[in-house]
Every structure is written in C-alpha cells, then in structure tokens.
Design a binder for this molecule. Sequence first.
Ligand SMILES: [Zn+2]
Length: 410
Amino acid sequence: MKESDMIDHRRLGRELELFASDPLAGAGLPIWLPAGAAARHAVEEYVRDLERRAGYRHVYSPPLGRRELFELSGHLGYFADDMFPPMRLSADDEFVLRPALCPHHALVYRARGRSYRELPLRVGELGGMYRAERSGVLGGLARVRAISLNDAHNFCALEQVGDEVHEILRLIREAHAALGIRPAGFRLSLRGPGEKYVGDDAQWARAEELLREALDGVDFTEGPGEAAFYGPKIDIQIVDAAGRESTISTIQLDFDKPERFDLSYTAADGSRKRPVMVHRSLVGSMERLFAYLIEVHAGAFPAWYAPVQLVLLPIDDGQADAAVELCRRAEAAGLRAEVDLTGSLGARIRDAARRKVPYVGVMGPREAADGSVSLRLRDGRGLDPMPVADALGLIGRVVAARSAGLLPPA
Ligand SMILES: [Zn+2]
C-alpha cells in the first residue's frame, strides 16, 4: 500500500482542522484546534461519567512536582531516560515534569488515615504528563511529548484485586464499544531480563498470577520485557493504519509504590495492612486515542463525538432567519450545530461532506414556512421533511445512545 493511499491521522487531522503542529511550539507538542477539542471534550465527558458511575472519585493534581517526589516513587531511579531533565530554581529546589500521575495519587491516598471500609479507593484523573521522546519517533498525535492520560489508581486489599481487575476489563469493553475501538488483542506484559525492575521475585510472581486469573477465558499473548518497572500488566493492543501495534488500555499491578510511600489501611481486626495499587487506563492518552479514532473512522466520528453534529443550509437568504433559529434550538438542546450561509447549496453540501458532518439540515421556502427541515445523513441517505422538533429529537436520541449509526436504535 502506498503511503499516499493510507488513511493517515496526520493528513485527516489537517484536513478536518482537528489539531496542528507548529515547529515554533516544538515537535511532539500538538495543539488541539476547536474541532478536535470539541470531539475530545465529548469523549472526556463520557469517560469521566462512566468512571463516576463505577465508583471513581476524580482529582486534579499538577503536572510537575519536586524532585524528591519522583526519587521516592522510583521514577528518577528507573525511568529517568524517558523524563525531561529536572528544572533547578535554587540549590535545594528542583522540579520535575512528571512522567506519570501515580506519585500524586499515592499522596491523595495518604492525605489521611484509611480504613478497609474505604477500599477499593478509586482515584481518577485526566491529567497531563511528559515524556522526553526523541524527535525522530514523533508524529502527529501517535507519539507525543505532552500526554493527557485517562488515568486512575485503584487502591485495594489483596483479596479484592481479582474482582477489581475484572470490573476494569468490563469498563474497558464498554468504553471501546461506545468509541468504536476494535482492539487487536490482549497482551500479558511480563518482566524481562535486566536490572530495570523494582520489587522482589515473590511480589512479581503473585502479581503475575493475579493477572493470569483475571485473563481466564480471554485470548492473550505474552510480552516478556514489556512490563512496567514496578509490575506486570495487561495491555490492550491496537493496530494503526500503517500496521504498527501500540497499547491503548492498560491494567498494572503494583506492590512497590505502596511500600515506597508507606501506604496502609486499618483492617477489620484493627491491624495495619498495605494496599495494592492498580494502575489502569480505560482508553489511554487522548493523543494516542484520537490518532487511532481518526484513522479507524476515517475522520467520520460517531455522531455523539462529531465536532459539529448538524449543519443547517438555507437554500437562499429567505430561510436564513429560520436556519439561525433552528441552530439556536439545537444548541439549547445540547447539540453542536452551525449555519452555513455562503456559497451555492451544492458547494455547501460538499463542504459538510468533506468535514464529515453527520447531519445536514436543508431548509427551503416550504420548510421555513411550515417549521420543518429536510435531513441528509452523512452516508448519503436523505429523509423526508419533518418538523424541526422531530429532527432535533432524532439526532438527540442517536447522540444519547452513543450509537454508531445515524438513525436511532430500534
Ligand atoms: Zn500509575
């Protein structure tokens, strides 16, 4: 397949004005333009809501912190090659752009004493982090230096880990179905040879056993050497248009950070116990997720996260007021809508198709007079004129159901 024939998220991202890269801002530091930001916002809202309903509690924490925090977490000892160098403000004050959110979430856990009744404690955040990727590997959204991660850390008792991992796998499947992600496979990522791993053999063996149990009945491959430095993980793989495999969702077991941060809880018998930390991401980073979604949908996102869901086209100036009024009603109903007034009707229809807008509402003199609109769907189907309230209801039902199709589910 020629490069030019491929569905490339960088080309589509430019054509659809989803994101931009500027050498002045720096390689691997893309800027999300309004259309891309609107789609991302819809996805972020969905994921946050899914997590909230599943018992997650969201926090905000800063993308940089003192050097000592990342010494304690082990990142500076085991992961420094992937981090930007520390920034020195004064002799005893150095700051680090964080390469992960876990250290801050460990501090959330230990902000006060914890009881077994609070576990599993699920701390979620869609937060910024940074990786010092070499400039040669950067491209579009797939590999970036500034990462916005859908992340959470679930602190649980050892005997809760199995159920917790099962529930995370269920949430991952639900999120994938809504977004239209087609995973290429599951990988159990294990320790490889070498000195780059923390923790003792017994911890690694126990964590691996728990993940194998959770994968019972699931087809998976094993990835020696693909574990995090602190523990084994389940990685859910995707394949991009060029056939490259990468990880999108992940579940990692960590016995090490709870030790380093001296995390504990009071058990039912009054004794102090150490929780297990489960690092998990349902949909990965917003950057890698959208690199994939742009390609897999060829830019034509499901209506619920399409940047613009409805474009209204008056046939001539006589229907402009009616189109603007319907646009206001659509926005008041929570839809992302626009009116396009300039150019011939044919050119405006072609432009909406180029932008992959799921619904085009055409309004001629008859529609304007009787308060109706003719909907054209992105796939080429045209619907008979219908009252504007019915049209908004139809689109609203598709969006609310997060349907992959353009007509409401039967
Ligand atoms: Zn983590």
